[in-house]
Design a protein around this ligand. Structure first.
Ligand code: PDD
Length: 285
């Protein structure tokens, strides 16, 4: 089946889904994005993703390209046209096409919007979660506003590649004080020896993950204790469990950090339970 992408008002065959060379997303990474999980042909937590999109756009003073209701229709239509049951839907909005100049283009320049969707292999994803992933740590060299979900992802790209080259699946960024901020494309969590679940509080230094919010709700419902505080890589390596959260992975156990096994080196029971419980606390549309 051929893939379809939404590009600025049209549904196009994926291979012809083109953006202009002077799109500011292409030239300046002047845009934002969202990734939502698709499960059983429904979009997971669309409302919260669109709220975060609105916030990111407002922070960069880019107009929402259409009303939220219309945007929701485009998201669902892209999922439908690609016959995605389980996978992701990707949305990107940039400041639009204009003659290259760093400062904002003339008022009224239409933002560009692209939506794509693709399936993933659920059996493979479950298999990966059963095995857990390795992470490496490296210095957080990003700008001071990772809370804005900008498409400007070069440090994340380089970090992820460094992880791959080290045989790991994710990289955890470490701030100047030695604390883990977040992963290159996920939020970071640990479980202490006492059984407390620990994750960094939401501030400008991390993305306010939607999956993170879902897991916070799941923890409350399960009667576990959540402590929102920064933790170091050293503490993480000695933790009972570690895991990451992201729309594309839900809850993914971490079994090695910089080559050191976490706990007994196998996915922990709390991470597994939170992964199982996850969708009971998510919204489906
Ligand atoms: N990444 N932190 C970063 C830097 C991220 O890129 C992401 C998501 C998250 C988790 O956010 P959420 O739970 O809302 O997906 C945290 C997406 C999936 C990506 O870039 O593909």
């Amino acid at each position: 089946m051929s893939r379809i992408a939404y590009v600025n008002g049209r549904y196009r065959p994926h291979r012809n889904a083109l953006i202009h060379v002077e799109d500011r997303g292409y030239q300046f990474a002047d845009g934002v994005y969202e990734v939502c999980e698709v499960r059983a042909a429904h979009i997971v937590d669309e409302r919260r993703h669109l709220a975060r999109l609105t916030r990111s756009l407002a922070a960069l003073r880019i107009e929402l390209p259409m009303r939220p209701k219309a945007l929701s229709i485009v998201l669902h239509e892209t999922v439908r046209r690609n016959r995605v049951r389980d996978g992701i839907v990707y949305l990107q909005v940039t400041r639009g096409v204009a003659r290259r100049d760093h400062a904002f283009p003339a008022p009224g320049t239409a933002p560009s919007m692209v939506v794509t969707a693709r399936s993933h292999d659920t059996a493979k994803a479950e298999h990966a979660a059963a095995a857990g992933i390795a992470v490496i740590t490296l210095a957080d060299n990003r700008w001071a506003r990772p809370d804005i979900k900008s498409v400007s992802l070069l440090p994340n790209v380089l970090a992820k590649q460094a992880a791959r080259e080290a045989g790991a699946r994710e990289a955890w960024f470490i701030d100047a004080r030695g604390f883990v901020t977040e992963g290159a494309s996920s939020n970071a969590w640990i479980v202490t020896a006492a059984g407390d679940v620990v994750t960094r509080p939401v501030d400008n230094g991390i993305l306010n993950g939607i999956s993170r919010a879902v897991v916070v709700d799941a923890i409350a419902a399960t009667g576990l204790r959540l402590i929102e505080r920064p933790f170091t890589a050293t503490e993480a390596k000695a933790a009972r469990e570690a895991f990451v959260t992201a729309a594309s992975q839900i809850v993914q156990p971490v079994v090695r950090i910089d080559g050191n096994p976490v706990g007994d080196g196998r996915p922990g029971p709390l991470a597994a339970a939170l992964r199982r419980e996850f969708h009971r606390h998510a919204e489906f549309t």
